[in-house]
Design a protein around this ligand. Structure first.
Ligand code: FAD
Length: 289
């Protein structure tokens, strides 16, 4: 069993990192999940003019400033995607494929997907549509699978699925190098609709269609209700109060995932508040013991 952390932070954009530095300042034992590029949205920004103290900075330079800041404070990032988080009463269980991490509190700073779900995606979720290829790959042993990949991390998951499936199609939704196994067929097209009967049967694209048993949508973030069963959602965002508290005891959220405006400073500010709230919650629980 892994150590039980005081605070697990999910997401390494401005919300998650601001939460991390404040939790660290408050001497909490933290674990931070995300990726080495910190935030795909940060890296994509050509120029940022509204981040206080960094006029006219590029997104990449701002990312490097963030990276230097957390490195100077000795904060590391676990380069793993959390698939599910379960509230277990006294603690939370964070699942990464076959691994489980435990934390007394969590801060969700997962950002938001700008892309809308595909037609049929929500209807067939769990009936052939999935968001975690490595978790569900064994279900598709000897079958046909389509992976719609929105980032380069989806490559590794696709190669893993390909080891089990009979046929794997990969539809890249971004430009880059696709370091895929030989058996994976790349399809260049725009997915339009997922069709099925009781379960998924095919994917319709702008040019043609693919008959398939399963479809994985591998985006940067999954919807919060998929990630944390039972979390309250309001108009597509995690419902929080002014302390960044969600409806689940010990669970806080910050950044784009809590609502508009989708901006760096708003995200960072909420990350700070979420960390402060998690720290008071931990201190209160400690006093009551
Ligand atoms: P994000 O920055 O989106 O970070 C979320 C992180 O969580 C990501 O690293 C993601 O991979 C990770 N994650 C998600 N789910 C999981 C999981 N299950 N397990 C582990 N990790 C996970 N805002 C401004 O204020 N000024 C600007 O000039 C500006 N320009 C922009 C330009 C572009 C092209 C874009 C796309 C956005 C721009 N924004 C700008 C908006 C800004 O990028 C967002 O508001 C901000 O990044 C949100 O921060 P966040 O921490 O909430 O989420």
């Amino acid at each position: 069993m892994s150590d039980r952390y005081d605070i697990a932070i999910v997401g390494t954009g401005p919300a998650g990192l601001e939460a991390a530095i404040n939790a660290k300042i408050r001497n909490k034992n933290i674990i931070v999940f995300g990726n080495k590029d910190l935030s795909p949205k940060l890296v994509k920004a050509a120029k940022v003019n509204n981040f206080l103290g960094f006029y006219n900075i590029s997104g990449v330079d701002l990312k490097n400033q963030f990276a230097n800041h957390i490195a100077a404070m000795g904060i590391g990032i676990i380069n793993e995607k959390i698939n599910n988080i379960y509230a277990m009463g006294e603690y939370f269980a964070l699942m990464v494929n076959e691994k489980v991490y435990e934390a007394k509190t969590i801060i969700l700073a997962t950002g938001i997907e700008y892309t809308k779900p595909l037609k049929g995606e929500e209807e067939y979720l769990g009936k052939g549509v999935g968001y975690c290829a490595t978790c569900d790959a064994p279900l598709y042993k000897g079958k046909t699978v389509v992976i719609i990949g929105y980032n380069k991390e989806s490559i590794e998951e696709t190669n893993y699925v390909n080891e089990l499936s009979t046929k794997t199609y990969y539809i890249p939704m971004y430009r880059g190098e696709y370091n895929l196994n030989k058996g994976v067929e790349i399809i260049n097209g725009r997915p339009l609709e997922i069709v099925g009967e009781d379960v998924v049967t095919k994917l319709i694209l702008d040019k043609g269609e693919i008959i398939t048993d399963g479809i994985f949508m591998l985006r940067d973030s999954v919807s919060p209700s998929q990630l944390v069963p039972g979390i309250e959602i309001e108009e597509g965002h995690i419902k929080v109060d002014r302390d960044m508290k969600t409806n689940i005891e010990g669970c806080y959220a910050a950044g784009d995932c809590t609502g508009k405006p989708y901006q760096y400073m708003k995200s960072a500010g909420e990350g700070l508040v979420a960390a402060a709230s998690a720290v008071s919650y931990l201190d209160r629980s400690h006093e009551n013991k």
